[in-house]
Design a protein around this ligand. Sequence first.
Ligand SMILES: O=C(CO)[C@H](O)[C@H](O)COP(=O)(O)O
Length: 222
Amino acid sequence: MESKKLAAEKATESIADGMIIGLGTGSTAYYAIQKIGQRVQEGLAIQAIATSKQSEELAVSLGIPLIAASDIDYIDITIDGADEVDSRWNLIKGGGGALLREKIVASASKQLIIVVDESKVVAELGRFPLPVEIITFGFEITMRKLEKLGCQPILRQAGVKPYVTDNGNYIADCHIGSIPNAEELHSALQLIPGVVDNGLFIGMASQVIVGYMNGTAKQLEK
Ligand SMILES: O=C(CO)[C@H](O)[C@H](O)COP(=O)(O)O
């Protein structure tokens, strides 16, 4: 989609020689990785760390040099997509199932640039079902606890089997409707045994670039 591409390519303009770059996951991050690959082929000297096996394979196919998480202390810039962004730049992520690695990489990044098309910008988070990564052991118990928090959790499927993340876990997509207090919900979710992480990214984005149908891309004002 052109508006995703516009936002993603604009974000890559901040990348310079010598940087360590976090590569996001999803159809918008895909365009950023493609552009980074093109610039690497033209001589840009960077190293990258991927947030999913899918993005890692794409990076390798484009000749982007990868670096292991164990070999870095920080990441200069990560470019990633989101499923929802509110006016405070809080996010729902994980529609592509990569939320855990995305959050680890984001947390080690000096700058997290979020790239979205205009359909992702919302007044309040929660319309998009919140992905929660859960341990497979006792997942039914964990799902019941999620339900008690007021979510309607649906175990994500891949065909006839549960979807399994790159980390070997399941994802419960929690239908909430609206999240008036994201900080509170985030803390409550993290207290449930069996929850590894959830798709709320609070206060992590340094910039949000939105691509519009009219062919422009600009930073979302806070
Ligand atoms: O969080 C993610 C993957 O876990 C993605 O960034 C999110 O789902 C947005 O994807 P897309 O750019 O394809 O709309």
